[in-house]
Design a protein around this ligand. Structure first.
Ligand code: DGL
Length: 270
């Protein structure tokens, strides 16, 4: 492995702003790494689109990040992972990390595990499979919550409307008796106050972001790609397929720090 390889950035993408919840943990755990984030806000949501469309979008997102010479791709989108992972892993020339595996492993110890996600993620059954391989005894309950993504992208995280929508979606989760709830969409951590208002404090909520960041660090170590210049703060670059101004103002709230210098790209060109 050459020095140049360790210096290359890590590429992260999502259908929009949700993946910034993963980016935040990546930057916290790997502060020396340069990170490139692409949010496909012009085509969000992915979770209500067909599998073929999501696969096409995912490959374009990856091609864009590869054009920046990234050393690893992080699919910070459950929907893209659920629809495309086997295709991506087969053909991608750099290591690929994603969210479903780490989120499922983080649920180990749960007996009744509920998963909320986009319709595409829940219909794919990927969490059911992944949880079965964590423990065949886990009882799975899946529930699609399609309105959570537009609520999160609108910044409506904890108001009367978000709580009313959460109450409607999460009633069957409460009735299922789940002890653990996986937030199977990277937008959903923003809605935790509304989710907690409905389900209470006793259910264990899994936000896969920190588990994903740990996995990325291990993979970078294993492949000799970890950048280890302590004291040097990595650079974060932002790209979107929609308004950079909107991305910057809402993105800052997702990331918990200012989002500057957002570049607009034509993703259909990739
Ligand atoms: N944030 C994405 C996920 O983790 C998807 C949201 C969407 O575009 O539907 O599934």
């Amino acid at each position: 492995m050459t020095m140049r390889d360790t210096e290359r950035p890590v590429g992260v993408f999502d259908s929009g702003l949700g993946g910034l919840t993963v980016l935040k943990e990546l930057h916290r755990l790997l502060p020396c790494e340069d990170l490139i984030y692409f949010g496909d806000s012009g085509r969000t949501p992915y979770g209500t689109k067909s599998k073929d469309t999501v696969i096409r979008y995912t490959f374009q997102d990856i091609n864009f990040l590869l054009s920046h010479n990234v050393k690893m791709i992080v699919i910070a989108c459950n929907t893209a992972s659920a629809c495309s992972l086997p295709h991506v892993v087969k053909s991608c020339r750099v290591p690929v990390a994603e969210v479903v595996g780490p989120g499922s492993r983080a649920a180990a110890g749960g007996t009744k595990v509920a998963v909320i996600g986009t319709p595409a993620t829940i219909e794919s059954g990927v969490y059911k499979e992944a949880l079965k391989s964590v423990s065949p005894d886990i009882q799975y309950f899946g529930k699609a919550c399609p309105l959570f993504v537009p609520l999160a992208e609108e910044g409506w995280w904890d108001n009367d409307i978000s709580r009313a929508v959460a109450a409607e979606y999460l009633r069957p989760v409460a009735e299922s008796g789940a002890d653990t709830l996986i937030l199977g969409c990277t937008h959903y951590p923003l809605l935790i106050p509304s989710i907690r208002a409905v389900l209470g404090e006793s259910i264990r909520l899994i936000n896969s972001a920190s588990a994903v960041a740990s996995e990325v660090r291990s993979r970078l170590e294993e492949t000799g790609l970890l950048r280890s210049r302590s004291g040097t703060e990595g650079k974060i670059s932002f790209y979107t397929s929609d308004s950079p101004e909107k991305f910057a103002s809402l993105g800052g709230m997702f990331l918990g720090q200012a989002v500057k210098d957002v570049n607009k790209i034509d993703i259909e060109a990739f």
